[in-house]
Every structure is written in structure tokens, then in C-alpha cells.
Design a binder for this molecule. Structure first.
Ligand SMILES: [Zn+2]
Length: 45
């Protein structure tokens, strides 16, 4: 699989403003994901 560019989608976390990549755990809910982690989700302003 070397040389195969598989670019994962990413989003910007609403809390920390950092980019985070798609993860398998979000495969079903990616379009609704707004935060990179549980801690950011709990800190939403
Ligand atoms: Zn975050």
C-alpha cells in the first residue's frame, strides 16, 4: 500500500481550533462531529 495517498477527511475542533482527522469511531457520525475529543466537547462555549 506504499505510495497510496489516502487522505482522511478532517475538521476543525470548535473548542481548541485544531484540525483533527476522521476516526473509525466516527464512521457513522462524522457529519455531526464538531469536537476533537470528549474534553473539548464538555468545554463547549
Ligand atoms: Zn478540540
Amino acid at each position: 500500500m506504499k505510495g497510496h495517498k489516502s487522505q482522511l477527511p478532517y475538521k476543525i475542533c470548535k473548542t481548541c481550533q485544531r484540525a483533527f482527522s476522521w476516526r473509525k469511531k466516527w464512521s457513522l457520525s462524522w457529519e455531526h462531529v464538531l469536537y476533537c475529543s470528549k474534553s473539548c466537547k464538555s468545554k463547549k462555549t
